[in-house]
Design a protein around this ligand. Structure first.
Ligand code: GDP
Length: 177
């Protein structure tokens, strides 16, 4: 029934951005609740989910924000980015266009967010390897050029999801502590 004595040392807001249908909602569901649903749009309207974890013996509450479909109308607002200390820039590795749009998302992010924000590029749906449209090297090169962390994930098979979130949260912790 919850440990109300638990003291939170840090709250880190991390935003998910990227084209519609790349898997943002499912990455969040996998990380926060270890769930996945094929038909995920029941979750529209959910703003953020939290997960509390221990980093370096400190209690960190990760508050992960999902666009809840706003990106379809190019209506991701500055309120969404406000206070964010981390961002995950998500593309679908089977959809070249979603990767090509990363530069635009990055520009929007850098226009709205704090300049010290930690950014991770995520190539999601790596379980669909035979349909790959974005070579790992292309993404690596982009990430290196733009100074981003990079990982390929599968929300469906749970590959690298925990690792990706842990990596970005640990890096945020390292910067502010
Ligand atoms: P969002 O619009 O970016 O939030 O994308 P969703 O999380 O709603 O996912 C869009 C579609 O892709 C849904 O049908 C999901 O079931 C599917 N999906 C999400 N992540 C994965 C994944 O890692 N692998 C596969 N094969 N499908 C995924």
């Amino acid at each position: 029934y919850g440990d109300y004595s638990q003291k939170i040392d840090y709250v880190f807001k991390v935003v998910l951005i990227g084209d519609s249908a790349v898997g943002k909602t499912q990455l969040l569901a996998r990380f926060a609740r270890n769930e996945f649903s094929i038909d995920s749009k029941a979750t529209i309207g959910v703003e953020f989910q939290t997960k509390t974890l221990i980093i370096d013996q400190k209690t960190v509450k990760a508050q992960i924000w999902d666009t809840a479909g706003q990106e379809r109308y190019r209506a991701v607002t500055s309120a969404y980015y406000r206070g964010a200390v981390g961002a995950m820039l998500v593309y679908d590795m089977t959809k070249r266009q979603s990767f090509d749009h990363m530069a635009r998302w990055l520009e929007e992010l850098r226009g709205h967010a704090d300049k010290n924000i930690v950014i991770m590029l995520i190539g999601n749906k790596c379980d669909l390897g035979s349909l790959r449209a974005v070579p790992t090297e292309d993404a690596q090169e982009f990430a290196q050029r733009e100074n981003l962390f990079f990982m390929e994930t599968s929300a469906l098979e749970s590959t690298n999801v925990e690792t990706a979130f842990l990596t970005i949260l640990t890096e945020i912790y390292r910067l502010i502590s």
